[in-house]
Design a binder for this molecule. Structure first.
Ligand SMILES: C[S@@+](CC[C@H](N)C(=O)[O-])C[C@H]1O[C@@H](n2cnc3c(N)ncnc32)[C@H](O)[C@@H]1O
Length: 524
């Protein structure tokens, strides 16, 4: 373990040699590192306007701030918080920050930034102290939490500000094991940071963080959601509607949220959900919503729902009367069984007598199956024996939804129909590739009228907006689709009958009007 960095012994003169404006600039400059090294460190720095916005989330005017900035980089967030508390009334008496950082280049930027903090505090008669810990926040804090004989002392704080590193954590990696040793089950470094911060904050302490939105849904983050929400009450969540805006210069394509949470086991009564397009200076829309709308009491997945935009909010209201589940319809949704690179030797570019149709997203156009697609990039068939039910499904009617939509695409849920009439008559089996989810009845096809109704419902713009309120990324996984509310079979059949009677699948506006009359209504 690396001991406290000797920065505390840096002569003041040295600290103040850098003019404050330059220090501020330095703190937000990503060091010119190779991309791979930055990715490994999960490193991208917050620019001052965004840092100021993040710091503005703190609510409580503390007298004595004892702050932790974990993964401090060049100290942009601490600097912004100092700027904020310098203007706080009543004026705080002291400000202490403990900054953890592993990267020497970042530490070199942190020094002048802390100098600027000291200067700002001195100007406002606030006692400023700091401790730089040039070491791994996770290794150090998990060791302290472990309480082993020679474990470091566990330090606690009354505020935390953080833009943690984002990187997947491999199961069994040293960091993963350290976190597991204190009961933290996470798949990404950033959720590990948040889970640890929740453990080093004192009662009622505030945590303000900018993190990817991915923790809000999806099965991988479920243990984290449970753990975090048992310790922290979310008070405010801010969503950037544009996924590139927050860290535009760093090519970060994650959709980010800023959150403020308070260390208490009591769930909040209400949460402020705010949103802005992404450019700072844009107007901010804000709503105070009951906690039960953010995390539904009966939701086994503990999704954190963020109806941020007007359309998402309206969608939640529109679907509030629909309380059925996919299971109520006797249906399931699964990910396509074929991972093509694992069955490379069985892939066939063209249909063959002994091969079964293989369906990729490219085989669907305007909601309908178009097979085969000859001369394209994707294979059209899979040559395996009919016994390979791990790869095949019986030819029948299914509804498929693409798992990935392109960033610029208007809709996240793009559903299409697998209509057996569009396949050669003698075909008995087909295979669905892994980039598609498919709705089925316990492995078999769906009644065609029900399937048509389901197709119309899933393609309804309101369902898409509803989906976005709990899914902030471009993936539509089976778990997410399973979490949608579904109308009754009778409603879907009625809808299906109308759709089937039309000469072609209706364009979006027409479809929206049609589904709205059947599905958007007051609670049953
Ligand atoms: C996303 S950057 C944010 C930096 C700074 N907070 C900001 O907002 O500009 C995360 C920082 O965490 C540092 N880091 C990565 N892993 C770390 C670890 N295990 N312990 C401490 N710092 C770490 C990286 O070097 C990087 O500077």
């Amino acid at each position: 373990m690396v001991a406290d960095l000797a920065i505390r012994n840096v002569p003041e003169k040295l600290i103040f040699m850098v003019p404050p404006a330059l220090a501020e600039h330095l703190a937000t400059l990503s060091p010119p590192k190779p991309e791979a090294e930055k990715r490994e460190l999960g490193q991208f720095f917050t620019q001052p306007p965004l840092a100021d916005f993040i710091a503005s989330f703190f609510f409580r005017p503390l007298q004595h701030w004892r702050v932790i900035d974990a993964g401090s980089g060049g100290g942009a967030l601490t600097l912004a918080l100092v700027r904020r508390i310098a203007a706080q009334r009543p004026r705080p008496l002291s400000f202490h920050v403990t900054a953890y950082e592993v990267d020497d280049d970042a530490l070199a930027l942190l020094r002048p930034a802390l100098g600027t903090c000291a200067e700002l505090c001195a100007r406002h008669q606030i006692a400023f102290t700091f401790e730089v810990r040039a070491e791994d926040f996770i290794a150090h804090t998990t060791a302290a939490l472990d309480q082993a004989l020679f474990a470091p002392e566990l330090r606690t704080f009354n505020a935390a500000i953080v833009n943690p590193p984002y990187r997947k954590l491999a199961t069994g990696s040293p960091t993963h094991r350290q976190l597991a040793s204190v009961g933290i089950e996470v798949t990404n470094l950033y959720s590990g940071f948040l889970a640890l911060l929740a453990r080093v904050l004192e009662a009622d302490a505030e945590l303000v963080a900018i993190v990817p939105r991915s923790f809000c849904n999806g099965p991988y983050f479920l243990p984290f959601r449970r753990d975090f929400l048992a310790r922290m009450a979310l008070r405010r969540l801010h969503v950037f509607e544009s996924r590139t805006a927050a860290f535009a210069s760093e090519a970060v394509l994650q959709e980010n949220v800023i959150l403020r949470a308070e260390r208490t086991a009591l769930p909040p009564a209400t949460v402020e959900i705010s949103s802005s397009r992404g450019d700072l200076g844009d107007s901010i829309r804000s709503r105070l919503l009951p906690w039960s709308e953010i995390v539904q009491p009966e939701d086994p997945q503990v999704f954190i729902r963020l109806p941020a935009s007007d359309s998402e909010h309206a969608a939640v209201a529109s679907l509030s009367g629909i309380t059925g589940t996919l299971a109520d319809l006797g249906l399931k949704v699964s990910t396509g069984k074929v991972v093509d690179f694992r069955v490379r030797e069985h892939l066939r570019a063209d249909p063959e007598d002994a091969a079964h149709p293989l369906l990729y997203p490219c085989h669907f156009e305007a909601g309908a199956l178009v097979w085969p697609k000859l001369g394209g990039k994707k294979p059209n068939a899979l040559a395996v024996p009919a016994e390979r039910t791990d790869l095949l499904v019986p030819v029948a009617t299914y509804v498929v939804v693409r798992r990935f939509s392109a960033k610029e695409e208007r809709k996240r849920i793009v559903a299409s129909l697998v209509d057996p009439a569009r396949l050669p008559a003698k075909t008995s089996w087909l295979s669905i590739e892994n980039h598609l989810n498919y709705f089925h009845a316990a492995g078999h096809g769906i009644d065609p009228t029900l399937a048509q109704g389901l197709l119309a419902y899933l393609n309804w713009s309101v369902v898409d907006a509803y989906f976005r309120h709990f899914n902030g990324h471009t993936q539509a996984n089976a778990t997410d689709l399973r979490s949608l509310p579904f109308p009754t079979a009778a409603t879907l059949r009625a809808l299906g009958q109308i759709v089937a009677s039309l000469p072609s699948f209706p364009p979006q506006a027409e479809l929206d009007a049609l589904v709205s009359t059947h599905c958007a209504r007051a609670p049953r």
